[in-house]
Design a protein around this ligand. Sequence first.
Ligand code: G6P
Length: 362
Amino acid sequence: QDVEKGGYPHYMLKEIMEQPYALAQTFSSLQTQDLSEVLKILENARRIYVVAAGTSYHASLLGAIAFRRFLGVDAEALISSEFRVVSRVVKWGDVVIGVSQSGETIDTLLALREARERGAKTVAIVNNPFSTIARESDYVVSMRAGPEIAVAATKTFTSQVLTLLYIIAKLAEKSSAINVDSKAMIHGIKMSYEIAEKALSVSQGKAMAVANKLFQKHSAYYLGRVFGVPIAMEGALKLKEIAYIHAEAYPAGESKHGPIALVDKDYPVIFIYIGFLDELIEGNIEEMKAREAWIATIAPENMVRGSIEKYSNVVIEMPRAPLETRLITYAIPLQLIAYYTATLKGLDPDKPRNLAKTVTVI
Ligand code: G6P
């Protein structure tokens, strides 16, 4: 088993550390797949739904924001077990993308089946091309990020984000109407494996410092704006899953409408600052500091200034990189924070209580 863990104490850490390799694999696998049919149906889609559960849902949320922001298309991410909220309106001409690491999550499978019955086209983004979801979908995009053993998803999340952004970049390339530099976008996506490598080495010590604070706490906030929101949600989910600490993610601008009531001296607040459409986070950091919160901020190294610099107890400085690269790699320090917090609490992050890697019951 130690050999399988590649010398790491846990599968989770091994899988976090192998993200540069997994991202490179996913990128080259996407380049060898014939995506022309998938791109054609997406290009002509009336509306795009991205359905998923758990971590895959967070990747889907990020993907849906990117569809809207970069392509200006109507896209929405939905939790697969809640798909019926839209089932009356899904129809022919719509495309439903199911995102699933295992390709076996029953709720996602059922949502895709329902979508198909209603005449929509379905696309599966999976790590296992032989899975049920892949077999039952009209089109399959395969990630080939390699097997993921730890219950908490890590490398499959970053590969899912990469895959969704790659599809979006390819769609942008096809359309002259879209004001997106698709070449630069593909370059940014490709760079993610190098930046992931750097991010892993620069963030380890700082992630440990955050974990040293969190492991004594019962609750924490993860705040971001726009693209930072799904990343914050993923960070909070990781902490809950393996460190059993209540963590909640919120759009930072919404924190004054309730969440801030809980914040008092030393309350941990983790900010995800992407550096794109989220400059107002500076004000949110100030608000939290005024309540004497304990603040950690993840930010691009070239954008650490103002209240980020002044009020954060810890700043995790991410390598300077294009936006797409940042979107793919910003979950990495959050995965490390959760991992170190769990181990400081003496927990086994590979086997969290009550959770299963693949959920095939409704
Ligand atoms: C379970 C796992 C999660 C995963 C979710 C969705 O809850 O513990 O790590 O994100 O299922 O799984 P999928 O295989 O569909 O991505």
